[in-house]
Design a protein around this ligand. Structure first.
Ligand code: GRF
Length: 204
């Protein structure tokens, strides 16, 4: 059975690109990238979607009277495309409970830090400032908190003495581009089981 995927983005979309590439290479099978939704009109991720023939939709938060109204439009759009799995690929807003409940255990986020450390907007910067020697990224299911849902996959990278926020972020990004498709593959193959906070990998 095909898994219809909806991707929420706000920015450049390099993670979206990696997912597109993994679909096109055949690594991700029985998957359709059905729609890409952005809350930013000029997000380059929308262009990436169009180039690859994926419907790209801008939903303007400012033309909605409330966050709830804006998110209703997101849900409507996802339902229009009969989306089964929602990916947050650089989507820079916290989702409200209606979206989360509608897609319970079916929303994944990629975060540029080894959670539960360094939640929020600046994972690599916080890691550098804290002085950790190992940094990394996390794919997790989304719950009502910020970067707090059950962890699916993590990958670590070394922090080097001469790292800047940019060099560390790009080392982490390489790993994001690897583990996000891996998590999607596990999901679409029915190999993930969520038990409270714990995500178990099951081989069918
Ligand atoms: C990534 O670092 C991701 O972890 C974070 O936002 C960034 C998005 O980058 N959530 P891109 O738009 O996929 O290039």
């Amino acid at each position: 059975m095909t898994t219809n995927i909806g991707v929420l983005v706000s920015g450049s979309g390099s993670n979206l690109q990696s997912i597109i590439d993994h679909v096109e290479s055949g690594y991700l099978k029985d998957v359709k990238l059905s729609v890409v939704i952005s809350d930013k009109r000029d997000a380059y991720a929308l262009e990436r979607a169009k180039i690859h023939g994926i419907d790209a939709v801008f939903i303007d938060p400012r033309s909605h009277v409330s966050k709830m109204d804006f998110e209703k439009k997101i849900i409507e759009t996802l339902q229009l495309y009969t989306v089964d799995l929602v990916l947050l690929a650089g989507y820079m807003r916290i989702l409200g409970s209606e979206v989360i409940q509608t897609y319970k255990d079916r929303i994944m986020n990629i975060h540029p830090a080894l959670l539960p450390s360094f939640k929020g907007l600046h994972g690599p910067r916080q890691a550098l400032e804290y002085g950790v020697k190992v940094a990394g990224c996390t794919v997790h299911f989304v719950d009502e908190g910020m970067d707090s849902g059950p962890i699916i996959i993590q990958s670590s990278v070394p922090v080097k003495d001469d790292d800047t926020e940019n060099t560390l972020a790009s080392r982490i990004l390489e790993q994001e581009h690897r583990i996000f498709p891996e998590a999607i593959k596990l999901f679409t193959e029915g190999k993930l089981k969520v038990d409270g906070r714990i995500v178990l990998r099951r081989d069918k």
